[in-house]
Design a binder for this molecule. Sequence first.
Ligand code: NAD
Ligand code: MG
Length: 297
Amino acid sequence: MTDRLTMQDPRAQYPQPPFPEQPQPAPGLAREMDPTPDHGETSYKGSGKLAGRKALVTGGDSGIGRAAAIAFAREGADVAISYLADEEADAQEVVRLIEADGRKAIALPGDIVNEDWCRRMVGEVVAGFGGLDLLVINAGRQQYRKSVEEVSSEDFDRTLKTNLYALHWIAQAAVPHLRPGSSVITTASIQAYDPSAILLDYATTKAGIVAYTKALAKQLIERGVRANVVAPGPIWTVLQPSGGQPQEKVRTFGEGSVFGRPGQPVELAPVYVLLASQEGSYINGEVYGVTGGAGVA
Ligand code: NAD
Ligand code: MG
C-alpha cells in the first residue's frame, strides 16, 4: 500500500469488497478482522496539534475510536480509552501505541450502560491526568434486526442506554472539568439522516446524538467550549461483522458507495483532530460527514 498522504485515486486507496464472512460475537475484536482495518497504527503522522491536551475516547480500543485515540496521541495528547472488558486485547494494543508516542494512557474497562461507571470513569481520567480537555463520546451498539417485531425491549433498552443515556451521563460528568478551548466530539452516523430498515433502534439513537450535541454546543460555547458531531458512512470496523450487519452484507460492505469500498478508520482521524484542535476554533454545533460521498442532509 502506498503512503496515505501520497496523491492517488482515493477509490483504490484501501481494500474493496468482496470481503470474507467473519462472524464474531459482539463487541468483537478488531485484531481478528480480515482484512485488518487501518487505524493509523503506522500510517498517521502527527504535528503537535494537540500538544499537552488530556483526552478521553469512549470505544477507543477499536475502529473509529482507536483511530482518534492514536491520532490524538501522535498530535501530543495523553489519551484515556474506555471499552468493554472482553476487548482487553484490542485495548492493550492501543495503550502500547499511545505510550510508544511518549504519551500517558489510561485503560478504562467497564460497561457504559451503568450510570455509576460512566461518572466514575470520567473521575478516573481527571484524577489520572490532572484534568480533561478533549471528550470523544464514540462508543456504540449496533445489532441489526430484520423486522420491527424482532426488536425486543432488551435490544431497545441496551441500544438507547449505550448510545444515548451514556452520552448524557458522560457529558454531564465531564462538563464541569472542561476549560475554554476544550472540545467535545460525538460520533453519530449517516443513519441519522438515511436510516436502514434493519437498524430501527440504532438509527433512532444516531438522530438523537445529532440533536443532543447541537443543543449541548449552544450551552457550552458560553464557557468557551465547542461541541461537534462526526457522521460516518460505512467504515470497516468490527461493529459490522459482530452483529451490526448480516454476514452477506459484510461480504459486500461499502459496495454501494461511489467509492466502491468502505472507509477505513484512519480516514476519519483528521476530522476528529481538526474538531479537537484550536484550528477548529470557529466550528461549533456542526455535523461533519465522512460518508464516502453519500452526504448528511
Ligand atoms: P467498534 O466496535 O470498533 O467501536 C465501538 C466501541 O463501542 C467498541 O469498541 C466498544 O468498546 C464500545 N462499546 C460498545 N458498547 C459498550 C458498552 N456497553 N460499554 C462500553 N463500551 C462499549 O466500531 P466503530 O464502527 O468504530 O464504532 C464507533 C462509533 O462509530 C459507534 O458510535 C458507531 O455507531 C459509529 N459508526 C460506525 C460506522 C461504521 O460503519 N463502522 C458508521 C457510522 C457510525
Ligand atoms: Mg472494540
